[in-house]
Structure formats: structure tokens, C-alpha cells
Write a protein that binds this ligand. Sequence first.
Ligand code: EPU
Length: 424
Amino acid sequence: MSKQEFFSIRGGIPLRGEVKVSGGKNAAVAVIPAALLANSPCTIENLPDISDVHVLIDMLEWLGAKVTFDGSTMTVDPTTVSRYNPPYELARKMRASYYLAPVLTYRFGRAEVPMPGGCDIGARPIDQTVKAWTALGADVNTQRGVLTVTGEPLHGADIHLDMPSVGATINAMLAAVFAEGATTIHNAAKEPHIVDLANFLGSMGAWVKGAGTDIIRIRGGRPLHGSTYAIIPDQIETGTLMIAAAATGGDVVITDAIPYHMESLSAKLLEMGVYVHDEDDRIHVRGEGLLRGINVKTQYYPGFPTDLQQPMVSLLSIAGGTSVVTENIYEARFRYVDELRRMGANIRIVDRVAIVDGTDRLMSAPVTATDLRAGAALIVAGLIAEGTTEIANAHFIRRGYEKIDEKLRHLGAQVEWYTREVPD
Ligand code: EPU
């Protein structure tokens, strides 16, 4: 027997009330490593209290940085960093561990970072990162499961990404700010966390222009100093809460959000017949009557985010008619559909397409989260379903959703975390 964490949900209760969004996971995991580029301490505010942030703290401390974290504000003193090789046991727990490679190369002329882990949602190659660093003059080796980067000094370069990869854009930016001279990243990712990282680097004294467009220009080699910076709200948590509100026929105001980041989702919810209204940093969502099925195609930002595909399919499973959802970013991001079927959803998968025939209701069942956003999809399904749904492997949810139990209870849901012994 071994202990496992579960999340249980008594479904069928419309969510009502106001809920505040936490700081963005994917911004946090880029900004925190970037703090190691400074020559003095940084203060990072509005961080989410999630397990990915705690894994990063463990890695920074292991490397020798002094870190404090009160659940929202972090201080990082990089001046005491003395190692360039974070351990496999920590690095494998998250995708973003490889953002440490460029910043450690800056400090030591060398980094040895275990190849990145993260959610199992399809092939996650790093060839574009390797290409970017190589263009900047680094020697990159990926043998024996370790990403070894050497090279000092790096120099500015023209980098052409084959696709607007978030990870490659971040890794190129983190290296280009200390590479001497001008770098241009063509076909850059445009996600909100790219802009957040650029703003943080700017606050440290870096010259970075164009983030949020296809072309990012960086003049590297300036000394970077510590700064105080607040992370943007989490786009995917905002979206998950919007979807949950609609799915339960609820009436929810999401606060401290950036509605502009949510436009691709808001447009789709409106198409389904959901009431969505933005005002400053608040988004009001009300699920009214029978919702219409729609078609969704995941795209790079500003298209519909792949990270919301999973919770969106849970919502579509109770919409009228047939919906067609095409996953263009990851080939294996439909694994959770088997679990939704156990709850009564009518979904067929053909290659990268989910064909969802709406049903009147879902029924609770024991289900298992296969990754973070699969966990989010099962939470949405559990909120809809009659009876009590128990999600196994629920630790995935802690990677990206701060205090999700408290937030949902505040909106009237009956949910709880618990651990219990399960047979091995
Ligand atoms: N790709 C390559 N080669 C590369 C890099 C990417 O072929 O060198 C391909 C990937 O296989 C994928 C596509 O390009 O098909 C996009 O990958 P990207 O590099 O943009 O993704 P990522 O940086 O690994 C980040 C988020 C993911 C999110 C994706 C897409 C972080 C830490 N992770 O991953 O977030 O799904 O962008 O928006 O920022 C999540 O939060 O649940 C999550 C998985």
C-alpha cells in the first residue's frame, strides 16, 4: 500500500460569487530563473503558491541562492549561487527546469541541467532551444540525459524559430540578454508570459523590444541589477474558472484578471451562448440555459490555448449537438478523454480531433488525472456530474492551481483534498 492524494467533488452545484486569480504559473517559472541573471537580490510579487514554484525554490537553494517565499512574494539573492548542475530528482519534476541552463551559463560559463520533464502530453523536443543557443555561440550537448551548455562569451545572433515555441523563445531571451551585441528572435512566441519575462528583464536593466510580436530584439551584455516585479495573472487559471462557471450554470465574477488575454476563450464561450462581460480586471461569466456545441482549434497565442483544450472538452460534453475539437499543438493531449467517458461523456478521438456529442448529464465516477490540465478537465466534469467524483493522481493539480479547493468552496462548491492508502 502507498499513500496517494485525491481531490473529491460533489457535483451539480452552480458556482456563484467572486474569485481572485493567482499569479501566472508559466510566467513565474520563467521569471524566477531570470532572477539569477542579476547582480543583486530581486523581489518577485504575485507568485502562485503551487508545487512548480516550490520545486524551483528547492533547485535555487540547492544551487546556493538565498530564497524567501511567503506564498506570494519571493526574494532571490543570486550572489551566493555556487553550483551549475541542479539534481535530476528535482529537475525532472517540471518542464521549466531547463530555463536554468542559460542563466547558469551566464554565471559559470557552464550549465549541466537534466533534460526537462513536465506533463506527458506528447513529444516535447528541445531542438529549437538548442538551435537558438548554438546560434548565440554556445556548445550544447544533450547526451546521457543531461543538457550541458558551455560557451563564454556568447554573442548576439539572428535566430529563426521553426515554430513559435514558448520554451525556445524564453531560452533564447535568457541567453541573448547576456550575449554581447544584437539578437533578433524571428517567429517568436507571443504568449502573455513572454511579455511578462521581457518586462521583468527590462526592469533589471535589459534592452528587450518587441515581446508580444513575432520579432523580439535584444541588445545584450548590459549588467542586470535586482528589481521588484509583480507577475501577471494566470491566463489558464482564469480560463479554467470561466469554463467551470459556465459548465455549472453558475454566475461568477473573476477578479484581478486580464480580460484581453482571454479573448479567444471568451469568443468561444459567447458562441456557445454563455454570458461573458469584461470590465477592467474583472470577467463576469454566467451559464444560461442549454449551451450550443461549437468547434475549437488549439493554436499558438493569440489563438485558443492548448492548455484550455482539456477543461473546454468537459464543458462541451454537456453542450447541445456535436462539437469538434482539434488539438494542433500536442499529439497526446486527449488521454484524459477515457476518464470523461467513464463519467458518461460521448467523445470519439480520430487522430488529433475529438468529436464530442453532447449529453444531458455526466455521472460521477472514480477517475485519474494524467497531467495538470487533465486534472482541470476532471474538476470541471466533477462540478457538472451528479454524485461525488474522486480524482486520483490529484497531485498534478497542485502544479498549477493555487488553493483550488478554497477558491471553489468560496464559490459554493463541495470539494476537498485528502490522502489515503491505495494498493500498489
Ligand atoms: N516544439 C518543437 N521543438 C522545440 C520546442 C517545441 O518541435 O524545440 C513543438 C512542441 O512539440 C509543441 C510546440 O512546439 O508541439 C509548442 O511547444 P512549446 O515549446 O511552445 O511548449 P513548452 O514551452 O514546452 C509551454 C507551457 C505549456 C504549454 C505550451 C504551449 C511552460 C512551462 N509550459 O510549454 O504549459 O502547453 O507552452 O502553450 O511554459 C501547462 O501549463 O499545462 C503546460 C503544459
